[in-house]
Design a protein around this ligand. Structure first.
Ligand SMILES: [Zn+2]
Ligand SMILES: [Zn+2]
Length: 279
């Protein structure tokens, strides 16, 4: 990797239901890659905190505790790796007491705010199989942006994850995914992030995929910068060792081309700007 400082601040171990490898294996891979910072951010789907039959009874109450314990163990086990203790809080507003309980008494470096499903609907991942008419789709997108804005008003997280998540699954075949119809809502979200000092995540999990729609990362980060955004966190969203830091150099290429000179890492919940330096 030709960049002086590479950070990957979004990653899942097998503490997450969709992660396949141990935290120690993920850390070993990050260390071998020579990452400057590496955050493991296992899922806490707040709407599934107490376990519900609908989701196979997964109890994020237990997941959060196990993941945090493993983060501390692996910090001790990999002293040379700058391992950051992270968490991906999904749908915090759908179970606010759960979100607060997940954070209570644990010293995270970095909290990601995510919205994988809008209230009372399944994960966007599952909505991809449904045939929605244009009006219904439009209502879903408005509800998505509204819930994200409400999350920002709540504000107890550091970076907004994968804003294009619904576009992965809801765009029509052959259509180029775009949020251009929702520019006003997007601008409100960007302005709020900027005023509140939060970051926007560049999620690279789809960046190098050739069999998936090309997401509008360029448009999004160009507009965010135009409005004054400078805080961008980077996350490959790896669920196995092979994908750790995948796409991060390419994201840095794109950010550099758009005029960004720095990206952001959160340590102890405080933003640090890292220069985008080419070796
Ligand atoms: Zn996510
Ligand atoms: Zn994730």
């Amino acid at each position: 990797m030709a960049y002086t400082y590479i950070a990957d601040c979004h990653s899942h171990s097998d503490c997450s239901f969709d992660g396949s490898e141990s935290m120690a294996s993920m850390c070993a891979r990050a260390e071998a890659l020579g990452l400057s910072y590496y955050a493991i951010t296992d899922h806490c789907e707040c709407d599934q905190y107490d376990g519900s039959p609908q989701f196979g009874g997964r109890k994020y109450y237990d997941v959060v505790r196990r993941a945090y314990r493993e983060l501390e163990e692996n910090q001790a086990r990999f002293p040379k790796l700058r391992l950051l203790k992270g968490i991906e809080l999904g749908q915090p507003l759908q179970n606010l007491p759960a979100a607060l309980d997940a954070l209570d008494g644990r010293r995270y470096d970095f909290v990601i705010g995510s919205l994988h499903n809008i209230a009372s609907m399944p994960d966007f991942y599952h909505l991809g199989n449904e045939a929605f008419d244009a009006d219904t789709l439009d209502r879903i997108f408005h509800a998505y942006f509204k819930e994200i804005y409400d999350m920002l008003e709540w504000g107890v997280f550091d970076s907004l994850a994968h804003i294009t998540y619904p576009l992965r699954y809801l765009c029509k075949p052959g259509e180029r995914p775009s949020f251009s119809k929702y520019q006003a809502e997007l601008d409100d979200i960007f302005r709020k992030l900027i005023v509140d000092g939060k970051a926007l995540e560049f999620n690279t999990s789809r960046l190098l995929k050739t069999d998936a729609p090309v997401l509008p990362d360029r448009e999004i980060f160009a507009r965010y910068r135009e409005l004054g955004g400078t805080r961008v966190t980077l996350g490959a969203d790896a669920h196995c060792t092979e994908n750790v830091a995948k796409g991060i150099p390419e994201a840095l290429d794109l950010l550099r081309a758009l005029g960004y000179t720095e990206y952001t890492v959160f340590i102890d919940r405080k933003p640090i700007q890292i220069p985008i330096l080419w070796q």
